[in-house]
Design a protein around this ligand. Structure first.
Ligand code: SAM
Length: 268
């Protein structure tokens, strides 16, 4: 069964040339730029698959001290990001990238899922807004922000790390970004399941040997084994994912086999 997610990944990988433009509004552009300094994302930027632009609200201040924070109405601890520099930075980005959705990274947003990232990557562009201090004025969120995304149920000091996570996860879905485009399709979550276990040399690691099926060169057997392991792993570790996935008869059979083998070894 192909999930909607895998269709959007397919859409991406089936598209011969795709280039993604990402704009990030941040008080720490030098920090965010590091995401393109190495690895998969760095290579994608070098190859021109990814264009990353950072916009610093500090550049849109008018006062001598280039102030980017302001006190909250009603008092209380902490500061908020000052509205005018942020609004002008948003205006400047929108002038260059008018059709992109503006996503505010926020602990109060929708919990990030691979599917959201794949769907966004398929659109080819996005603007990320990184908060700092206690966050940003609620009216600015209501009027300017299209979506709010959260990394998880915890609070970090700024949206930059969240934006970098999104940039990395979206970039690896671009055709040509990974050495082998299929590897993104085999990753956890892309088909609604966790990935299967992987092995490399040595064949015998402290008495624990690589499963024999992986050594026999029969790719049909290997693929079936991998699929069974992915199903079994998901059953053991993330049953919630399995509940959301419709298995075909063959997959159900593989999962039943896995469960039976698991129960047998547990009883021993
Ligand atoms: N007072 C805010 C609250 O409790 O909802 C938290 C502000 S936090 C210290 C500063 C900024 O970090 C936020 O505006 C947001 O951009 C970012 N941030 C913090 N936690 C995040 C999370 N879990 N996911 C995405 N962004 C987060």
């Amino acid at each position: 069964m192909k999930s909607i997610l895998s269709e959007s990944v397919w859409w991406l990988t089936g598209c011969p040339i795709i280039k993604m433009r990402i704009d990030v509004i941040t008080l720490f552009p030098q920090f965010v730029q590091q995401v393109i300094s190495c690895g998969v994302v760095g290579r994608a930027a070098e190859q021109g698959l990814l264009e990353l632009h950072c916009w610093n609200p500090r550049e849109y201040t008018a006062d001598r001290h280039r102030t980017v924070d302001d006190r909250p109405y009603g008092g209380g601890p902490g500061m908020l990001m000052k509205v005018e520099p942020l609004q002008d930075a948003i205006g400047a980005v929108r002038a260059k990238n008018p059709n992109a959705r503006l996503v505010y990274l926020s602990p109060q947003g929708r919990l990030l899922k691979q599917r959201m990232l794949a769907d966004q990557a398929a659109l080819g562009t996005v603007i990320f807004l990184c908060g700092r201090y206690e966050g940003i004025d609620e009216r600015l969120i209501e009027q300017e922000v299209d979506e709010e995304w959260s990394l998880g149920d915890y609070v970090i000091s700024g949206g930059e790390l969240a934006a970098m996570v999104c940039i990395d996860a979206m970039t690896r879905l671009l055709p040509g970004a990974l050495g082998d485009d299929e590897s993104a399709q085999q990753d956890s979550f892309s088909e609604g399941l966790l990935d299967c276990p992987h092995y490399t040399r040595p064949e015998d690691y402290r008495g624990d040997c690589v499963p024999a099926v992986l050594m026999n060169g029969n790719h049909r057997d290997i693929n079936a084994w991998r699929e069974k392991q992915a199903l079994g792993r998901t059953w053991q570790r993330r049953p919630d994912l399995l509940e959301a996935t419709r298995l075909d008869d063959r997959q159900q059979e593989l999962l039943d086999e896995y469960i039976a083998e698991f129960e047998r070894t547990r009883k021993r």
